[in-house]
Design a protein around this ligand. Structure first.
Ligand code: PEP
Length: 255
């Protein structure tokens, strides 16, 4: 039985004041839902104040990116230990990082290894673009991203990794994958790759989130699928009632 995990990716949104207000709205509603692992991933400058607000709440904090090097002349970058000072999670290889900042599978792999080494839980994003989907390349792309992203990691370590399947065509478009589409990618593509690379025990233990236009209306149907172990939520994580409803849907579906 995998613990469902719902994480909010705030992307580059909210003022500091809005961020604190959102957390103050989330806290009382999310704290009691202990059957679901829940986390928010705000922009870097808000990690310290929000870490203080979340202390002892059971709600986790994540960064949206980090560098793999421990320190040095990397202007504008943030090191694993800096993230680990405030966070339990880090989103890695998000499609926006891959598309706009030219992150490769090799870079994502270095980041996943660095996150594991410092004790962070990496949320590694994979997913095909619309043109890849239309060309029938979903299995090929998702298999490559999963394989290369997790290359050289042991079965013991990898069970701490969370995979987020985020079809790029579903992100921020309001056009989510159907529950069956997502289930098929999780159960027929990603989990078999994990099984082949790390064995049955690790493959069964690993959480695979779905991400892409998840909201309070489609969450229950998605979470009803056996291989959808939670969600990485973008836009809907910026509104307290929406994010709370999604976490509640996970608790309901996975009890
Ligand atoms: C995301 O960017 O991780 C995401 C899933 O975004 P949205 O929910 O807005 O589609």
């Amino acid at each position: 039985m995998r613990t469902p995990f719902v994480a909010g990716n705030w992307k580059m949104n909210k003022t500091g004041e809005e961020a604190r207000l959102l957390v103050s709205e989330l806290l009382p509603a999310l704290q009691p839902i202990t059957t679901v692992e829940r986390a928010i991933c705000p922009p870097f400058p808000y990690l310290l104040p929000l870490a203080n607000m979340l202390k002892g709440s059971g709600i986790g904090l994540g960064a949206q990116n980090m560098h793999w090097e421990a320190s040095g002349a990397f202007t504008g970058e943030v090191a694993p230990a800096m993230v680990a000072e405030f966070c339990q999670y880090v989103i890695l290889g998000h499609s926006e990082r891959r598309a706009y900042f030219h992150e490769t599978d090799e870079m994502v792999n270095k980041k996943v290894k660095a996150a594991l080494a410092i004790g962070l839980t990496p949320i590694m994003c994979v997913g095909e673009t619309l043109s890849e989907n239309e060309a029938g390349l979903t299995a090929e792309v998702v298999t490559r991203q999963t394989r290369l992203g997790l290359a050289g990691i042991s079965a013991e370590e990898v069970s701490r990794v969370v995979i987020a399947y985020e079809p790029v065509w579903a992100i921020g478009t309001g056009k989510a994958a159907t529950a069956q589409q997502a289930q098929d990618v999780h159960a027929r593509i990603i989990r078999p790759v994990l099984r082949e690379m790390f064995g049955e025990t690790a493959a069964q233990a690993m959480r695979i989130q779905y991400g892409g236009s998840v909201n309070s209306k489609n969450a229950a149907e998605l979470f009803a699928m056996p291989d959808i172990d939670g969600a990485l939520v973008g836009g809907a994580s910026l509104k307290a009632p929406e994010f709370i409803a999604i976490v509640q849907a996970a608790a309901e579906a996975k009890k």
